[in-house]
Ligand binder design. Structure first.
Ligand code: ADP
Length: 258
């Protein structure tokens, strides 16, 4: 009897737990969805007035004004540009949260990486470091949203450049490992302390902004990269040693290979 009664009781408890859990989760899920929708709508609505403020300030700068007025207008332009970047980041995060992308196309990752690095090498942000890339002999194609994936990799590249002192090395490497293709960005920069490492992918998390005030940033770049990678069914991880450098890896399932 026991051998029958125990599994039946356990299954009943399990079923009840699952059912109650489902009911308990429902309001949380609903408020979460509402919050996400609110962020998306609010960000979207803010775009138009911000564009108006920006163009008015820019037109003001073209007209006759004294140095003090000019300085005020320049400050407005700078602040509104920063706000627009923040708003588009928030809109992006709200839009793609928890979504698996459906608009995937075959993407040659080697080509994407090479183009990105060559483009970055020309930018002032990378002018102080030695930037290089390493590709596998044969092409790797996966199903992806090329633009989004490029954004994720670019966020890692720009961080690697921002947090690496002059004459440092930044390397982007593409290789396959078991069932994944790996995009790895490593640098010889300032590194990230062990206590900060678990938090860097959280939204608005910045490691000691005092340490690197000149780098600006909102602490959203890695959260965006993580969301993009997860929407491709992938994983992102980081390892680092303070004063030695950091390595970020994006793992994308090769099952997505075209
Ligand atoms: P931010 O806009 O501040 O760069 P991110 O989300 O891109 O925001 O990064 C979060 C924090 O992680 C950064 O503030 C920085 O302290 C740390 N970080 C990210 N990448 C690196 C790196 N390659 N080297 C050192 N620190 C890094």
């Amino acid at each position: 009897i026991l051998s029958f009664a125990i599994p039946v009781t356990l299954s009943a408890i399990g079923l009840a737990g699952w059912w109650l859990g489902g009911i308990a989760m429902q309001p949380i899920r609903q408020s979460y969805d509402q919050l996400q929708r609110f962020t998306a709508d609010a960000s979207h609505e803010l775009r138009t007035p911000m564009a108006t403020i920006l163009s008015n300030a820019q037109v003001g700068l073209l007209s006759e004004c004294n140095p003090q007025q000019r300085l005020r207008l320049e400050n407005i332009v700078d602040d509104v540009k920063l706000m627009s970047t923040l708003v588009s980041h928030l809109l992006f995060l709200a839009r793609y949260q928890g979504q698996v992308l459906e608009t995937l196309r075959p993407v040659d990752l080697g080509e994407l990486v090479a183009e990105l690095v060559e483009d970055y090498a020309m930018r002032p942000i990378a002018s102080h470091v030695h930037l290089s890339y390493l590709l596998p002999e044969s092409a790797i194609k996966i199903q992806a949203d090329a633009e989004l994936l490029a954004t994720a990799i670019a966020n890692l590249l720009s961080n690697a450049c921002k947090y690496t002192p002059p004459q440092g090395q930044v390397e982007l490497k593409l290789y396959t490992e078991l069932t994944d293709v790996v995009v790895q960005v490593s640098d010889t920069g300032i590194g990230i302390a062990a206590q900060d490492l678990p938090h860097i992918f959280e939204r608005f998390y910045r490691v000691d902004p005092e340490r690197s005030p000149s780098t600006g940033g909102f602490g959203l770049g890695l959260a965006i990269a993580k969301q993009i990678v997860e929407s491709h069914q992938g994983k992102i991880q980081a390892s680092s040693t303070v004063g030695v450098g950091s390595t970020f890896q994006i793992f994308l399932p090769l099952a997505y290979r075209s």
